[in-house]
Design a protein around this ligand. Structure first.
Ligand code: SF4
Length: 541
């Protein structure tokens, strides 16, 4: 095991596809993905000597992935930075961008308010400003506008820190946000934190989490920590506080990061006794940075989902805290408490098949929970895949743990919220329900008669009680199946019969020759218009 390189002296972060070899397009079984990922090898050799897709050894090579000719839609790193550092109540984010880059704020505001409510914090609006770049700014530059926005934000709201995020537009015209930040930091005497998160820098929106965490590590986290032996960092999103109850027997107080955490709560991250997360894909960067820089240990385990995952996770924290003597008794008592309810749920859910469509290691945990409930899973999607996490700890290899504990998943796909592929993926395995985050995909499942459980509260499946919560929710979700069947009879999908009949959702990547048959715009048109002449050309291809 080797720790990944995280260099906090640099203002910028290396993209995840280069740092970890992450991918967004892949199709095969979960076992195959474990083998191809070569977690141990990547962890040991970092990125120096791995064989790349070309067959040659390449520095920073990615796992070989399918090259799709287009993206139907995607989030970007700029958006992710918005929903991370834009969700710190006593700080402000300034998006140095045209106003269109802020179009998602209404949704972010809702998520932020729900998160504040779940944690019992004062409910308020997100505090994100935009410099609202116009045509003249693109020609003559907009640094003065940025300076003025920083001053206005400071004068009106007295934030404890101000973040600035780069967008595609400001990256194209070469705005020097780092110099402006330094200059304004001296003038205002609060951290001004530039974040280089222009959307076109990476196909992986998840790099935006690393960029957000990097800025907090560099300019907010306390550099002279006074240890707090009862404090545990939980790197999270907006979920309900189930962790306090789970960790109470170990005498731990939870310090949630980043969303809804105050400046001071983020600053004390370096003072904690241990760091853990609900999702290694999200939390591994910051956990590893805290471990490398301040000696805050992170868990040597997977994630707290299902019996085995929760047992291992608790044991790892207990070991770090020197409380191994009490943990076995706690685990035994918890198993005895929840098992009768879980047995009853298993009987009710017998013969049901599920499908998970969420972020990467969170999906591994989610599948563990539904397999604990006796539900069959022979297909699922993750929106990206990291072949290794920043910690390099083999105990955190969540996909391998899933396969070793609960068996293979025949159709395990990496696909980044692509609606047009989702139909084929669901059709291939025909599940009774789906569990989904990024619920823009959920209506498509409903239109083909499959009820969807939109997992808004990502902590819902955590811990032993999480198995029960999910089981009970699924019984309610399955009750909507009839509604889905009726909806299916009255809805027509906007795709051609040719596309809907494809068994391989990646046919356009595997057979690029199809694209040579017709000009690309014509092909795209034929995918959505049944009667077009191009559709018949493709049908005969
Ligand atoms: S991809 Fe670029 S232009 Fe689009 S929202 Fe993100 S930063 Fe703005």
């Amino acid at each position: 095991m080797a720790k990944r390189e995280i260099d906090l002296s640099l203002v910028d972060v290396e993209n995840r596809e280069m740092r970890l070899g992450s991918i967004i397009s892949w199709d095969g079984s979960a076992e195959e993905l474990v083998d191809n990922s070569r977690y141990e090898l990547r962890s040991r050799d970092k990125r120096k000597s791995l064989e790349g897709c070309s067959g040659k050894k390449e520095k920073g090579c990615r796992l070989c992935e399918l090259n799709m000719p287009f993206n139907q839609q995607t989030m970007c790193t700029h958006s992710i930075v918005g929903c991370q550092v834009g969700n710190i109540p006593d700080c402000i984010l300034i998006e140095h961008s045209p106003i269109g880059c802020s179009a998602i704020h209404a949704r972010f505001n809702l998520g932020y308010k729900m998160g504040l409510a779940r944690r019992g914090k004062k409910i308020e609006n997100i505090q994100i400003f935009s410099t609202n770049l116009l045509e003249n700014d693109m020609v003559f530059g907009a640094s003065d506008k940025l300076r003025q926005t920083i001053l206005d934000a400071h004068n009106r709201f007295s934030p404890k820190a101000i973040f600035i995020s780069m967008s595609c537009s400001t990256a194209i015209i070469g705005e020097d946000i780092e110099s402006v930040a330094q200059e304004m930091e001296e003038e205002l005497e609060i951290p001004i934190i530039p974040r280089f998160c222009e959307g076109f820098r990476s196909k992986h929106w998840i790099t935006g989490f690393d960029i957000s965490q990097h800025g907090i590590m560099r300019q907010i986290v306390n550099k002279h920590p006074q240890k707090q032996e009862d404090l545990i960092n939980i790197i999270a999103l907006w979920g309900t506080d189930y962790f306090t109850e789970i960790l109470k027997p170990l005498g731990l107080r939870v310090n949630y990061m980043i969303d809804m955490a105050s400046f001071d709560e983020l600053a004390q991250a370096s003072e904690a006794a241990v760091t853990a997360t609900f999702c290694h894909a999200l939390g591994s960067y910051m956990a590893t940075a805290l471990e490398n820089e301040y000696g805050v240990p992170q868990v040597d385990a997977g994630q707290p989902y299902g019996f085995k995952g929760t047992d291992d996770w608790l044991r790892s924290i207990a070991k770090i805290m020197g409380k191994e003597d009490i943990i076995e008794e706690y685990i035994k008592a918890e198993h005895e408490r929840v098992l009768p309810k879980i047995e009853a749920l298993r009987k009710k859910l017998s013969g049901i098949k599920g499908f998970v469509a969420t972020g990467s290691s969170y999906a591994h945990g989610m599948i563990s929970v539904i397999r604990e409930l006796g539900i069959e899973v022979d297909g699922s999607i993750v929106f990206h895949h990291d072949p290794v996490y920043d910690s390099g700890k083999s105990e955190q290899d969540t996909l391998k743990e899933l396969v070793d504990t609960y068996g293979n998943i025949d159709h395990f796909t990496v696909s980044k919220t692509q609606q047009f592929q989702f139909y084929n993926l669901l059709n291939r395995v025909n599940p009774d329900f789906i569990i989904i985050r990024h619920n823009g995909l959920a209506p498509l499942a409903a239109k083909i008669g499959i009820p969807a459980f939109a997992m808004g509260d990502e902590h819902f499946p955590v811990g032993y009680d999480g198995i029960i919560r999910v089981g009970e929710a699924l019984i309610e979700i399955l009750a909507r199946k009839k509604f889905g069947q009726v909806l299916k009879r009255h809805v027509k999908l906007p795709y051609t019969d040719w596309w809907l009949s494809q068994e391989d959702p990646f046919i356009l990547a595997r057979n690029p020759g199809i694209l040579d048959e017709v000009a690309e715009p014509q092909l795209l048109e034929s995918l959505t218009e049944d009667a077009s002449p191009e559709a018949s050309i493709i049908k005969s291809a």
